[in-house]
Design a binder for this molecule. Structure first.
Ligand code: BGC
Length: 364
């Protein structure tokens, strides 16, 4: 199902459904948590990774305000920029010591938290993975995120659509970028995109000039813009000194802007660059005709959903899920509550951000 042209009414309806716990997928009763309820003013821990994109900055503020408004004591922490994994491990341990009843985690490194989430579980806390899955642990109760595979599919489709819109016939020269390998989402985004792009690579419509199609080659360590910019610089020199580059699959907005900066520096503008997150600078870039697309994963809705799960747990109910098969973390399938991402290009930006006070003015 394609969702690249969505009306405001449809977005509002989707948002409402997502927040109210229903969706077009069948909603099943949650199986992940075993809460029997807890005090209305309990401590709720929120451990976020370092601020590698605007959505993490927004989430911290929204969690702080939202948990307070719901009567809880919110303990919101970010992993620092240098020792992110250790920071986050220590922060989660401190939340356990403080007696947090629910710990919501946006993992800095999804594979390095088993000890801490076991301690959380042993102490009776419910663990909710937020946005990024926590791997190789039986102690993850729930997952709340935008549908990551769908994000990837939308990015792949946007790249194809954009290329066709700019140049009627292929073959098109492209390059592929993916996210940080310590983030479980990276593989899922890339998998979704390649589901759309691989057949077009196979039939010759798309040509990956560098031949770097393996996720190990395309990864961007730490989701850092300088790493994407350096790789793009190197690709332009090695592969595109005598031919044009038509498009780049970028997994998010921060990296998209780094890729665009590299291309501008080399005097080789790239007609189609994808993104994700609806960062303000990228929305401006889309309106200016530089970046081609982004994904709207409204952080307000995701935080609202996570807090609503906390309220359910407080009342002794199970946290809801609408997907109980997609997110195998290596040792269990984590019941997930997935929200629908929306593709945004210059064509639908005004509609997509109509109810966003920060982004809407940028689309006028
Ligand atoms: C998030 C993206 C974000 C990236 C870098 C991912 O896990 O899902 O929205 O762009 O991390 O922060």
């Amino acid at each position: 199902m394609r969702r690249n042209v969505v009306t405001t009414a449809a977005i509002a309806a989707i948002a409402l459904l997502a927040v109210s716990g229903c969706s077009s997928r069948s909603t099943t009763a949650g199986t992940g948590s075993t809460a029997t309820g807890f005090a209305k003013d309990a401590t709720i821990g929120v451990a976020l990774p370092s601020k590698t994109s605007e959505n993490w900055v927004l989430a911290g503020g929204l969690f702080k305000d939202g948990l307070k408004a719901a009567g809880f004591k919110g303990d919101v922490q970010y992993a620092g920029a240098s020792t992110t994994v250790k920071d986050q491990q220590d922060q989660i341990s401190a939340m356990v010591t403080k007696g947090a009843k629910v710990i919501i985690i946006g993992a800095a490194d999804g594979g390095q938290l088993s000890t801490q989430v076991k301690a959380a579980h042993d102490a009776g806390a419910v663990v909710i993975a937020y946005d990024r899955l926590i791997l190789n642990s039986p102690n993850v109760d729930n997952y709340v995120a935008y549908d990551n595979f769908k994000v990837g599919e939308l990015q792949g489709q946007a790249l194809l659509d954009g290329l066709k819109a700019k140049k009627a016939a292929g073959p098109y020269n492209i390059e592929l970028f993916s996210g940080s390998s310590d983030d479980a989402n990276s593989k899922v985004f890339f998998g979704g995109a390649m589901k759309v792009l691989q057949p077009k690579i196979d039939d010759g419509t798309l040509v990956v000039g560098s031949k770097q199609v393996d996720i190990k080659q395309t990864a961007t360590a730490g989701w850092k813009s300088e790493n994407a910019q350096n790789r793009m610089d190197a690709l332009l020199t090695s592969t595109y000194s005598t031919k044009p580059i038509d498009g780049v699959l970028s997994p998010n907005d921060t990296l998209a802007r780094a890729i665009i900066t590299s291309a501008k520096g080399a005097g080789k503008p790239i007609p189609v660059v994808t993104g994700q997150d609806s960062e303000a600078e990228s929305v401006k870039s889309i309106m200016a005709g530089e970046q081609y697309s982004t994904i709207n994963k409204d952080t307000r809705l995701l935080v609202t959903q996570a807090i609503s799960m906390v309220k359910d747990l407080q009342a002794g109910k199970k946290a809801p899920s609408n997907d109980t098969k997609s997110y195998n973390n290596g040792v269990k399938i984590v019941p997930a509550f997935l929200l629908p991402p929306v593709i945004v290009t210059k064509l639908n930006a005004a509609k997509a951000y109509a109810n966003d006070p920060v982004l809407a003015p940028l689309t006028k």
